[in-house]
Every structure is written in C-alpha cells, then in structure tokens.
Design a protein around this ligand. Structure first.
Ligand code: C5P
Length: 223
C-alpha cells in the first residue's frame, strides 16, 4: 500500500502502539510513534531543569530539543540531542509530566511540523506509513486514507499496561492513565477527539491479533 497514511489515534493504553507496529509490519509500512516524540521533549525538559508545569517556561525552550525518530516498525528508535531515550521516556517521571508539556501550543506546533515532514519523507520514498497519536486524523494528517480511533475500558487498559511494565500496581496505573486522558481530552489545542471519518474500534474484548486484522482489513478496502 504505497502512498497510504494510516492515522491511529486513541486513549492511553488502548493498544495503539502494539496495533500500529503490527499493522505496519504486516503491510510493509513505515511507523511513527508521535507519543514518543512528546515524551522525548518532556524528557529533555526534565533533564534541563525546566518546570514542566510552567507553560511559558516550556514554550520558551520548545525549539531546542533535537529529535530523531527511526521509522522501522520492528525496531523503532528515538533520540534527543543524539542520546537514545527509548527507555527513559517510559519512566514514571515522564508519564507524570508528558501531558502538561504536550498541552503547550509551541511544543505542538514544533512537533506537528516535524511529524508532517517525516510523513512526507516516507511518502516521497514510495512507502506508506502508520502514524499513532492523539491528533493524527484530526490535525497532523486529516487526509489520511484510513483513520482509526482505538479505545478500551479503563480497567482493561490498566491491566495491559501494568503487565507491560512488569507487574506494576494496576490501580495506580489506572489512575495515571485516567489523569493523562483527562488532560489530553480537555486541553485547548488539538484535544483527543475522534476525527471525522474515523472508524471506532473498542479493543476491550479483542486480542491484539484480532485488532491488527481489523485494521489491516480497513487498509485493504482503500488501497
Ligand atoms: O501515546 P503515548 O501514551 O505515549 O503519549 C504520551 C502523551 O503524549 C499523551 O498522553 C499526550 O499527552 C501526548 N501526545 C499528544 N499528541 C500526540 C501523541 C501523544 O499530545 N499525537
């Protein structure tokens, strides 16, 4: 499916990453994790002592972190200022700070521009790409041929995520997911919404393979 953009949006822990990577691997597409980019900027802010709850302070430095995203779905990479932050961006300090940082318009403007450039590059290479995030179908790439909105019950999301994290506390994980959802859905700029034309897939009762198959079928229909 060359030339195709698959926009995969949804709440935290709905299975976006595993689904996006699986779809990209099965169809031979590139893969971009935009959440990792917001997390990497957050990691940079924390390392540089920026108060992540001070929107003006974050905005003032939004152009500084130099990000590089690798687009291979079987081995995605993310660096900031040349440093590999793949592990650091999944830590609790980043989980707690990423939503306020992502609500800052200057951060979003910068990352949306970078994301569009990466998508353009993949398309220019004759490839297609699966892009996951919160605002891909609504803001970053409204012309995506396939738009999917993934959701799942909070308790299902929390137990999956806690298991991924090697058995962290499910109740605490659920609180952290819900806190992020609330900020992401309530922010003024590019809140999490179901994009026009998106297909809603509730993953609560499905296995990962079943969800991947559903999205692969949607891609087959358009291209
Ligand atoms: O997808 P992930 O859970 O890694 O995203 C982390 C955070 O990054 C989200 O909670 C949200 O605040 C932010 N984000 C965003 N827009 C995107 C992707 C992620 O605001 N396109």
């Amino acid at each position: 499916a060359p030339g195709i953009v698959v926009a995969l949006d949804g709440t935290s822990g709905s299975g976006k990453s595993s689904t996006s990577r699986g779809v990209a691997e099965r169809l031979g597409l590139r893969y971009l994790d935009t959440g990792a980019m917001y997390r990497a900027v957050t990691c940079w802010m924390l390392r540089h002592g920026v108060d992540v709850h001070d929107a003006a302070a974050v905005a003032a430095r939004a152009d500084e972190p130099r990000l590089e995203s690798g687009l291979d779905p079987s081995a995605p990479t993310i660096t900031v200022d040349g440093q590999d932050v793949a592990v650091a961006i999944r830590q609790a300090d980043v989980n707690a700070a990423v939503s306020p940082v992502s609500a800052v318009p200057e951060v979003r403007a910068r990352l949306v521009a970078l994301q569009r450039a990466l998508i353009d590059e993949a398309l220019a290479d004759g490839s297609g790409i699966v892009v996951e995030g919160r605002d891909i179908g609504s803001v970053v790439w409204p012309d995506a041929q396939v738009k999917v909105y993934l959701s799942a019950d909070a308790s299902a999301r929390a137990s999956r995520r806690a298991a991924e994290e090697g058995g962290s506390d499910v109740a605490a994980t659920e609180q952290s997911l819900l806190a992020r959802d609330q900020i992401d859905s309530g922010r003024a700029v590019a809140p999490l919404v179901m994009a026009d034309g998106a297909v809603h897939v509730d993953t609560t009762a499905y296995t990962l393979d079943e969800v991947i198959a559903q999205v692969v079928d949607l891609v087959a229909v358009v291209g």
